[in-house]
Design a protein around this ligand. Structure first.
Ligand code: MSP
Length: 507
């Protein structure tokens, strides 16, 4: 049986447009999915939107539209941007869809019948902005906005009873929460006694939610509802074969939603008797020009800003930068200057220039036909061996989510092709030894083709353009091997893939 890889992003709230943060996680999921497809695995990549809750209800009221109209309008923006930048999600789920609601209700009913949910009275602090009940200590720390004291009868999930079991699972499965700093954060959080989780909101206060199947006066707490998407999308309890085919998942999230994913979600699954996720990987945040992104500071990287980058150098270059410099382990800073500098050095110089150089020589001396490789010398064999090593390295780094390192390795391999050309000087040798020139150009191109294949998950349309002109019959999303480059085929014309960006244009 094929290995499987099920990757998810958080479901984005429909009270904001896509921005660099949501784009980052979704591109990361897409890239991981794509590398796993390249390994021949059975891949499922899920994203979507989180559509219930007070904020949506209020925003809709303010704009005089129905909550569903509001959701559809925002959800569409997410769908559109993912299409625009060629992401290949297998599904897009909205929490207001019937297929999701029905499974949320089923789980609620199961847990209620098993005695995992009880009715209780709550008196204490509630953050209206975050839609959360908070402790006295949290209230005193003042971290939450719009806090007021409320007294309410609600339903509770017996989360506290799973505390020990959860700690044990985290300790025994080092891959469960990654990276390690986040795992330690969760273990730290679990040192205090865990409370039961309030999973309902009275309809008198909030009507935009999934009704509790055992009490029509209440709707489900938005997080309890949203987390279930990860199993409702793959048809939990509806199509067991499909569910088993993909579950357990790898969840990609941002560091701010660690507790909901690493505490609420696993305990909900334990109560329902469902296997826990394989991995929850929590990345850091994008800062912008050295500060936390904010609309009022004017450094917020929203969709319009991102589209400006697309217009200047293309979305592939933007995805490349996100993946190479992103906040995988800590926070990262996005700066215009750095973005264009990396673009010029990695893509315009190393990659773009080299293609032009090789193509020009093949055009001039071999009538645009890929030359024969004659005797491979030591340097050619090194390039070939290194391409095999590179592939191995890439797949082993993939297991640890080291997309940044993977790209560094590919770029340094590109550097070694460049150095090979500098050392061999085919432009000089061509005047006296065409066989040798052909071998050099073949070797450089074969190496470049491997590198382009490995960059395909990150820059699919540009790499496709390159691989298409080679006329080698390559299917970009399969692993390309060095010696499979065919001699004798005529290569097409290629537009400059990564034209240099003029740094003077930065305002
Ligand atoms: N709806 C919940 C998730 C429910 S999952 C079942 C939610 N949505 S969100 O739209 O507010 O945030 C989605 C993700 O965006 C989070 O993972 C968050 O970390 C991420 N980011 C928001 N700003 C970010 C940056 N500046 N940088 C990187 N990611 C950031 O939470």
């Amino acid at each position: 049986m094929k290995n499987k890889f099920y990757v998810t992003t958080p479901l984005y709230y429909v009270n904001a447009e896509p921005h660099i943060g949501s784009i980052y996680t979704t591109v990361l999921a897409d890239v991981l999915a794509s590398y796993h497809r390249m390994k021949g695995e059975d891949v499922f990549f899920l994203t979507g939107t989180d559509e219930h809750g007070q904020k949506v209800q209020q925003a809709a009221e303010k704009n005089n539209i129905s909550p569903q109209e509001h959701c559809d309008k925002y959800s569409k923006q997410f769908r559109e941007i993912w299409k625009e930048i060629d992401l290949r999600n297998d599904d897009f789920i909205c929490t207001t869809e019937k297929r999701h609601e029905r499974i949320v209700k089923k789980i609620l009913m199961d847990l209620y019948e098993k005695g995992e949910i009880y009715k209780g009275k709550y008196e204490g602090w509630y953050s209206i902005a975050e839609e959360l009940f908070i402790t006295q200590k949290e209230y005193e720390e003042g971290k939450y906005r719009e806090v007021k004291k409320i007294s309410e009868v609600n339903y509770y999930f017996k989360m506290s009873k799973y505390q020990e079991k959860l700690i044990k699972h985290i300790e025994e499965n080092p891959d469960f929460i990654q990276p390690e700093n986040r795992r330690n954060e969760v273990l730290g959080f679990l040192k205090q006694p865990l409370r039961d989780l309030c999973i309902s909101r009275p309809k008198t206060r909030l009507s935009w939610g999934i009704e509790l199947p055992f009490d029509k006066d209440y709707v489900t707490y938005v997080w309890f509802d949203a987390l279930i998407n990860y199993i409702s999308a793959i048809k939990y309890s509806i199509d067991d074969e499909n569910f088993q085919r993909y579950w357990p998942a790898v969840h990609l999230i941002g560091k701010d939603i660690l507790t909901t994913h690493c505490v609420y979600w696993p305990t909900m699954l334990m109560a329902a008797g469902i296997e826990l996720p394989k991995t929850i990987f929590a990345h850091g945040w994008w800062m912008s020009e050295g500060k936390k992104m904010s609309k009022s500071l004017g450094n917020f990287i929203d969709l319009d800003t991102v589209r400006e980058y697309f217009e200047n150098v293309g979305d592939n270059a933007f995805k490349y930068f996100l993946m190479k410099n992103g906040p995988l382990f800590g926070d990262s800073d996005f700066s215009k200057e750095r973005f264009y500098r990396v673009y010029n050095s990695d893509l315009a110089n190393d990659f773009g220039n080299m293609i032009n150089r090789i193509f020009k020589l093949i055009d001039k001396y071999f009538d645009s036909k890929i030359p024969e490789k004659m005797n491979l010398g030591k340097n050619e064999k090194t390039l070939q061996n290194n391409s095999d090593i590179l592939i191995e390295d890439i797949f082993s780094l993939l297991e640890n989510f080291r997309i940044d390192e993977m790209l560094n390795k590919i770029i340094s391999y590109l550097g070694s092709i460049n150095k090979y050309l500098e050392d061999e000087e085919p432009w000089k040798i061509a005047k006296s030894d065409l066989d040798k020139t052909g071998t050099i150009l073949y070797s450089a191109l074969a190496s470049l083709r491997v590198a382009a294949g490995l960059l395909y998950p990150v820059m699919s349309s540009k790499m496709n353009d390159f691989l298409t002109v080679l006329n080698n019959g390559d299917k970009a999303e399969t692993l390309l091997k060095w010696s499979e480059l065919k001699s004798g085929t005529k290569i097409g014309k290629i537009k400059a893939l990564f034209p240099r960006f003029d740094m003077k244009k930065i305002s």
